[in-house]
Write a protein that binds this ligand. Sequence first.
Ligand code: ASP
Length: 365
Amino acid sequence: MKKILTLSVLFTLLFNCGKPVTKLDNTEENVIQNEKEAIKTNDFAIVIHGGAGTILKKNMTAEREVEYRLKLEEAIKVGHTILKNGGSSLDAVEKTINVLEDSPLFNAGKGAVFTNAETNELDASIMDGKTLNAGASAGTTTVKNPINLARKIMDKSPHVMLAGNGADLYAKEQGLEIVSPDYFYTENRFKSLQRAKKKAIIEQDHDAEKDKKTAGYYDADIKDYKLGTVGCVALDKNGNLAAGTSTGGMTNKRFGRVGDVPIIGAGTYADNATCAVSGTGWGEYFIRATVAHDISVLMEHKNLSLEAAAKEVIHNKLTNMGGTGGIIAVDKNGNMVMDFNTAGMYRAKMDANGELVIEIYSKKE
Ligand code: ASP
């Protein structure tokens, strides 16, 4: 027994040798932040995003910016009203995301990006922080509002995730609104696909040796080929947290590619004990870094504040891996965070007093 113990200690020492020592939980800054966030700041709160990426003021027209701001405002107010009237965070998340899904401005529902085969395959998920129940759908082609399907899967089925034809069929069976796949056509997104395909061919010739993993599939601007995913997190008056995310995924995706959005713990996570998180960004990295769950875990096991946990995951872990994107989150005390490592992220938050903040670009811009 003693020998086994000694060996295991030795193994742990060897195994951890060279790894950076993380002192996440005891910096003075974190302790102060923790104390600040330990107080109930909001009875209820809601935060939304409409995607992160290279969103620069210089590339945006004033009219376009107004369009985005108005739609974000319309959406968040739907959820805020539900919460204010004592409704559940799950309803607030679902109904808020519906507004964003129905707008062609965002890469979700109506504005979903195109696959390489010129189709639209949509992913979504929702999670209930009270029960840790969750629902997710991947690769649907006929469900008008995939977040509603995710909710149905959570509430009515014994499963967590349904994919492809089966998911479409289940939506129909459950009486959700079904549309022809053509419903998802938008000229803008179709043009983006054509551009992406052209670029991918050029870069296949030039860069095949440079990056064998992506050459021929995606181009160097891959990180912006999915801009506009939508997400919402909310805390209701009963102290229940919920998170939801909906997306068309990545332009020019192939072979049934599924991103982080329907993966619970990657793009979406909620736990009443900690926080609710919805992410947006390069999905493959969000899956590998289990971004949403990691933030919750850092709060639970390292006692970090939401702000510090989000910062750690986005600006250290994800960034060091080479991933890009951001998150929105709210904790059980109503503290709200919107953090990202890209040039911008469409985002808005609203507190219990009705104070609304809408932002697009990075604070540095
Ligand atoms: N995370 C999404 C995906 O990879 C895209 C995005 O959020 O921009 O499918």
